[in-house]
Design a protein around this ligand. Structure first.
Ligand code: NAD
Length: 485
């Protein structure tokens, strides 16, 4: 069943303290089990193991062997699919329906397979030919090499998706890894550790998994000189702290952070369809997605119609037991997160936004960390509910005057991660979308998400990209050689 042990230097173990912490099911508030509570000594040992594996084995140089190990891992993950499905539902509260997509099946199918493919066609070396410098002719060769030891720090909302997309790319490019899952969702990571030990030839120390109830353990990865790169997905506040702490060592950083994205519905668009899409996005996994468009921007003259359409959709969101296949929205991950979401809803009311639907804990679900699907109207883009990432099932509707005004409001944010534009005229939609300073956008409901699509943000939404060739290259350094001819 659930794996409680960490993986350090090829060995599954309880950690130096021998203590454990509990993993709670957010839908039932029941304890699912417990997991090793790592301390500084465990992280130190894991970093040491990853460093040794990088410096003293052929892992980073032997592409064929790495590909062999990654194929084994891909197959092992596939065999574990159903175990992952129930475990992820249990520890994240994600609705089962989502596990057939981003939460489980997509990462299991793609997150290792795509970097494996990249290994085949990627230009690991290029010959620049000869060049003259001060009368000397030299040949230049550019080579791409692994960054080294990667500290991978993961959030709780889509833990398997984030973990595997870091792991696949980092390993394919020849790095070694210390993985630190979020304290709320450790089991998917410890299971991965067990799979690696029991079902792959990945050498000891190449992948280490350190679980802990203490967030500070993540910071050890940031300040330790033996770690070359931190690959972090999480909140902007933590990302910003990581950047600060990484400054003295100039550590390489990949930061996937928060968002407050806008769905722009132009005046010629199918408003009902756009409202349906916006509510579906904001309610899926109870709004705990960084890239969700949580601000619905609609033409002022169609404002009442838009609020009415969104309210009807909100009222119809099937939420509750994540195991029910018809449910699209479960609980948020913890009591702390629920209270944070409810606190921001109160802030919205206090600032004068009009609560149209939801706003509370649902009376019919006394157990579990549920929040009602919530809609705010009469929202001004300066309000906290329009500026801060709520990470709960909350949509705000904001009016705009014309296309320029819509772009201005969309861009009036510290974030720039996702977005959506709808219009009957695809060219018009694209010309608006190109002006929104954000990493990924849906145009008339189109989907950008795929393993070869770079995903990441502008501004305070982060640095770098997950997936795509851009993501692959991020785990590589560049070496340039000059040779005499
Ligand atoms: P968080 O920042 O609190 O924690 C994320 C991870 O960082 C956890 O593993 C945590 O233990 C660790 N951590 C906390 N403090 C740390 C520190 N000082 N140094 C190093 N590590 C530390 O975020 P969360 O609450 O787990 O996740 C929700 C947030 O993640 C949201 O803001 C969401 O937008 C963001 N997110 C972004 C993406 C993306 O791709 N852009 C994807 C998923 C989630």
């Amino acid at each position: 069943m659930h794996e409680s042990r960490m993986l350090i230097d090829g060995v599954l173990g309880a950690g130096v303290s021998g203590r454990r912490f509990e993993n709670v099911n957010p839908a039932t508030e029941e304890v699912l089990g417990s997991v090793a509570d790592g301390v500084a000594g465990d992280m130190d040992a894991a970093i040491g193991a990853a460093r040794r594996a990088f410096d003293t084995t052929s892992w980073s140089a032997d592409r064929d062997f790495r590909a062999h190990c990654l194929r084994q891992l891909h197959d092992a993950l596939g065999r574990e699919r159903e175990a992952y499905r129930s475990e992820i539902i249990g520890e994240t509260g994600s609705p089962k329906a989502l596990t057939y997509a981003t939460q489980v099946d997509v990462p299991i199918d793609d997150a290792i397979a795509w970097p494996l493919k990249c290994m085949d066609f990627f230009g690991w070396e290029r010959d620049l030919g000869t060049a003259q410098f001060l009368g000397q002719t030299s040949r230049r060769i550019v080579a791409k090499v692994a960054v080294g030891v990667v500290g991978a720090i993961v959030p709780w909302n889509y833990p398997l998706e984030v973990t595997l997309n870091k792991l696949g790319q980092a390993l394919a490019t020849g790095n070694t890894i210390v993985l630190k899952p979020a304290p709320d969702t450790p089991f998917n990571a410890t299971r991965l550790g067990r799979l690696i030990v029991e079902q792959t030839d990945i050498p000891a120390g190449v992948v280490n998994v350190v679980t802990s109830s203490d967030h500070a353990l993540g910071e050890q990865l940031v300040v330790d000189d033996r770690v070359d790169m931190v690959s972090f997905t999480g909140s902007t506040a933590t990302g910003s702290r990581i950047m600060e702490k990484a400054a003295p060592s100039l550590k390489r950083l990949f930061l996937e952070l928060g968002g407050k994205s806008a769905a722009i519905v132009l005046d010629d668009a199918d408003l009902a369809a756009a409202a349906r899409g916006a509510v579906a996005a904001v309610s899926a996994h109870a709004g705990q997605g960084c890239v969700i468009a949580t601000r619905l921007l609609v033409p002022r003259h169609r404002y009442a119609e838009a609020v009415e359409a969104a309210a009807a959709e909100m009222a119809a969101v099937p939420y509750g037991d994540p195991l029910d296949p018809a449910v699209t929205m479960g609980p948020v991950v913890s009591a702390r997160q629920r209270d944070r979401v409810l606190g921001l809803i109160e802030a919205g009311k206090a600032e004068g936004a009009r609560l149209v639907t939801g706003g509370s804990r649902p009376r019919h679900l006394p157990r579990g960390y549920f929040v009602e699907p919530t809609l705010f109207a009469d929202v001004d883009n300066s309000m906290r509910v329009a500026r801060e990432e709520i990470f709960g099932p909350v949509l705000v509707v904001i009016p705009f005057a014309d296309d320029d005004d819509a772009v201005r409001i969309a861009n009036d944010s510290h974030y720039g991660l996702g977005g959506a534009v709808s219009s009957a005229d695809l060219d018009r939609a694209m010309s608006v979308a190109r002006r929104v300073r954000t990493g990924v956008q849906r145009i008339n409901g189109g989907n950008w998400y795929a393993p070869d699509s770079p995903f990441g943000g502008f501004k305070r939404s982060g640095l770098g990209r997950q997936n795509g060739l851009e993501g692959f290259e991020q785990y590589l350094e560049t070496m340039t050689f000059g040779l005499p001819v």
